[in-house]
Design a protein around this ligand. Structure first.
Ligand code: NAP
Length: 518
């Protein structure tokens, strides 16, 4: 069997979503591990006045590509930016670019999407369903196409408990959904959204499921594969451990925990937190392309890219690890000591949110105002809670993902590929991974220099002392209030005091008697 790098040798690729978290890692890995790729064309939309080429330069100049630039300084010449937008027909590509793709490209990776869970339905459908349709139509024009890999999500079918590696038929056809979003006005669509997506919790999972079905309906004779990652976390090993550059999902939670501003949220400490490192996803995505292009299966193979069944990690472990590692490697300028808690109790959460989040934020903002600084904690809390609410469904449930296709795929790899494109999740040692995760959020997402850790430790020690002082102060105040205002407490205290004094006297008498008799 041809090895993966040999297969990619001399071939040209087309990728969407390379300015995103997964797309960047995919691009870096392909350039590093398949050095004989002819050309990688990447679709990038202009954003805030910055054109596709400049955006690509920024990606390629980032830390993620540092080791590649050292070993292969010429790597940029194998990447070509094409301006476009998945929302447009032909992906917004110029005729010349379409022609170039038509003549050259044999493998396509479609990673672009909106990953906002609570995106309005119209936009989620345009990005995740219509965007894929535009991609499929472009693929039908590509003469040399050997495989289209579509990146979906393991939670596309989160309305089920057991999720196999198959495309499920949705309750409404993608075509009808697209039509509905085209004629309904915003108000009607927003009102109908919860009913349309039910029993899924958000528009993201709903539209990703629709997209999978659309692929089945419209791909025709294009060999396709679907890869479904669960919650994608920082890199496990490559190109460096702990690399992450966004605050989506648990990365945002960890940053907020490390700063001390997130202390409680709904979640089941015993439920599986199905985290999957981004480099493992990317290895599976590349392997799926290789296998699909060679085997040309008659039905679309689906690969669940998850850890829960093979190497489970729980939310409870994540809770403990985030405390432990952020005490060891504190974030700069922590606002409070990290003290995260997942709870199943809505009442517990309710009180904690107000007493342990909003009240201190209000107090600290007041202090900031008095000292002439800009108050920002209350605003930060409101923003934080808007995103936390979208995550709680996933921290409170768990799923059984079957991984038969994924496991089977690994048996087809030659030994060198098994090492270089490793997606064996049983090898992840969670304590090390989680420590690197906490460090990665600090170093790469928050861009805090590790040289600042000693200073951050001093700041954390001061917070620990302050917190102790505050606890003693609160104890004295509570005591004082109880003793002066609550008669039962006063009586109870007196009763306790007289009992202890009586016992002490009896004990003294007894020990005197014993010493006399000796
Ligand atoms: N991250 C996860 O935990 C996770 C888990 C399971 C599945 N996935 C799937 O993995 C894929 C990549 O996710 P990610 O985490 O890398 O997301 P991401 O960081 O948000 O990246 C999304 C990418 O899509 C591009 N994009 C969005 N709208 C576009 C448009 N209209 N035209 C062209 N490009 C557009 C973005 O470009 P701009 O820079 O221009 O915005 C960006 O490059 C998605 O399909 C997602 O559903 C992700």
């Amino acid at each position: 069997m041809t090895s993966i790098p040999d297969f990619f040798n001399g071939r040209s690729l087309f990728i969407t979503g390379v300015t995103g978290f997964m797309g960047k890692v995919l691009l870096e890995k392909l350039l590093r591990s398949c050095p004989e790729i002819r050309m990688i064309y990447v679709l990038i939309r202009p954003k805030r006045g910055v054109d596709a080429q400049v955006r690509l330069e920024k990606v390629l100049d980032s830390k993620l590509f540092l080791s590649l630039s050292e070993t292969n300084p010429d790597f940029k010449s194998r990447v070509f930016a094409m301006e476009g937008d998945i929302l447009d027909e032909n992906l917004g590509l110029s005729d010349d670019n379409i022609e170039m793709l038509r003549k050259e490209v044999s493998i396509v990776f479609h990673s672009a999407a909106t990953v906002r869970f609570d995106e309005p339905l119209r936009l989620a459908v345009r990005m995740n369903v219509i965007g894929l349709r535009h991609m499929i139509r472009v693929c039908h024009k590509l003469n040399k196409l050997e495989c289209l890999v579509h990146i979906s999500t393991a939670y596309a079918n989160c309305d089920r408990e057991d999720i196999s590696e198959a495309v499920y038929e949705p309750p409404m056809s993608p075509e009808k959904l697209i039509e509905a979003t085209e004629w309904m006005d915003d108000e009607v669509l927003d009102t109908l959204t919860p009913y349309l997506i039910h029993p899924r919790p958000n528009t993201y999972t709903y539209t990703k499921a629709m997209a999978e079905y659309l692929l089945v309906q419209e791909c025709g004779d294009i060999p396709c594969a679907i890869v479904r990652p669960s919650i994608v976390g920082p890199s496990w090993k490559e190109p460096m451990p702990g690399w992450v550059d966004n605050f989506n999902g648990p990365s945002g939670l960890l940053a907020a925990i490390g700063k001390g501003i997130l202390r409680v949220m709904m979640g089941d400490v015993n439920a599986v937190a199905d985290l999957i490192p981004v480099d493992i996803c990317v290895n599976l995505i590349i392997t799926a392309a290789w296998s699909t292009a060679i085997d040309r299966p008659s039905t679309i193979p689906v690969y669940n890219c998850t850890t829960g069944q093979t190497n489970p990690l729980t939310w409870g472990t994540l809770e403990t690890a985030s405390y432990e590692f952020y005490m060891k490697h504190p974030l700069n300028n922590p606002i409070r000591i990290p003290d995260p808690k997942f709870t199943n109790s809505r009442i517990y959460k309710f009180f904690h949110v107000y007493l342990d989040h909003y009240l201190p934020a209000y107090f600290l903002d007041l202090m900031a105002k008095i000292s002439g600084q800009k108050p920002q904690l209350l605003r930060m809390q409101s923003k934080l809670w808007r995103s936390i609410l979208t995550l709680e469904y996933f921290t409170s449930h768990q799923w059984n993902f079957s991984c038969d296709n994924t496991n089977e795929l690994s048996t087809h790899l030659v030994q060198s590929d098994r090492e270089d494109f490793d997606f064996d999740v049983s090898k992840i040692y969670w304590p090390t991974y989680l420590e690197n995760y906490c460090l990665g959020v600090k170093q790469y997402a928050l861009r805090e220099d590790l040289a600042g850790v000693p200073k951050a430790r001093k700041q954390m020690n001061r917070l620990v002392q302050l917190s102790r002082l505050f606890k003693v102060f609160m104890f004295i105040v509570t005591w004082k209030v109880l003793m002066t205002r609550v008669k039962v407490m006063r009586d109870l205290w007196q009763f306790l005091l007289t009992s202890v004094l009586g016992l002490a006297k009896r004990f003294q008498g007894l020990s005197q008697k014993l010493s006399i008799s000796n």
